[in-house]
Design a protein around this ligand. Structure first.
Ligand code: ATP
Ligand code: MG
Length: 158
């Protein structure tokens, strides 16, 4: 369906803020003007849930999670940036594989099955977007995903 992502993302984050017990703060940077996309709403909610729950899981006490939405020429780019332990460069691509879990000891302690990001990747690819991660070990992780904008209708034929 056609969705204005501005209230859509605010709504998802509101729900996160109501449910979280952690002392983590969520810092939002979302454009004010409407941005319309075609999406399966429930699926994109799942993507945000999966990425945000990782960010919360790995955030230090009193950490800040930055949630940023940028409108580009023909897509939107969403960034979720946490201040957690980060991910080693050689593992950055693998975290999107099924059942892959970086840092065995820590992952076992924090729980999970290693499916969250694999599901997110499948959904984003089905929406013709991209998903990837950047990280500085010890300083945090940025997960990005993009979704194509609805092509603007041409005004008549020339
Ligand atoms: P599940 O999401 O199924 O509960 P999970 O969180 O372990 O389990 P994914 O969400 O797919 O699985 O993440 C895969 C692995 O990537 C994690 O186990 C963790 O090692 C690493 N990872 C993901 N997000 C972060 C993050 N924000 N900071 C540090 N490591 C991360
Ligand atoms: Mg997860």
């Amino acid at each position: 369906e056609r969705v204005n992502v501005v209230p859509f993302f605010h709504h998802i984050l509101d729900r996160f803020e109501m449910n979280k017990e952690e002392t983590t703060r969520i810092d939002r940077s979302i454009p004010r003007d409407s941005i319309f996309l075609w999406m399966d709403k429930d699926k994109i909610i799942q993507v945000v849930d999966n990425v945000m729950s990782n960010a919360l899981k790995y955030s230090p006490k009193d950490g800040v999670i930055r949630f940023k939405v940028q409108r580009e020429r023909n897509r939107i780019k969403v960034m979720i940036h946490d201040q957690g332990p980060g991910i080693a460069p050689d593992k950055l691509d693998k975290i999107f594989d099924r059942f892959y879990r970086a840092d065995q000891a820590r992952s076992r302690q924090l729980g999970g099955t290693g499916l969250g990001l694999a599901i997110a990747k499948e959904i984003i690819q089905n929406h013709h977007g991209q998903i990837w991660a950047e990280s500085t070990e010890g300083k945090g992780t940025k997960v990005f995903f993009t979704l194509p904008l609805i092509a603007r209708k041409r005004e008549g034929n020339r």
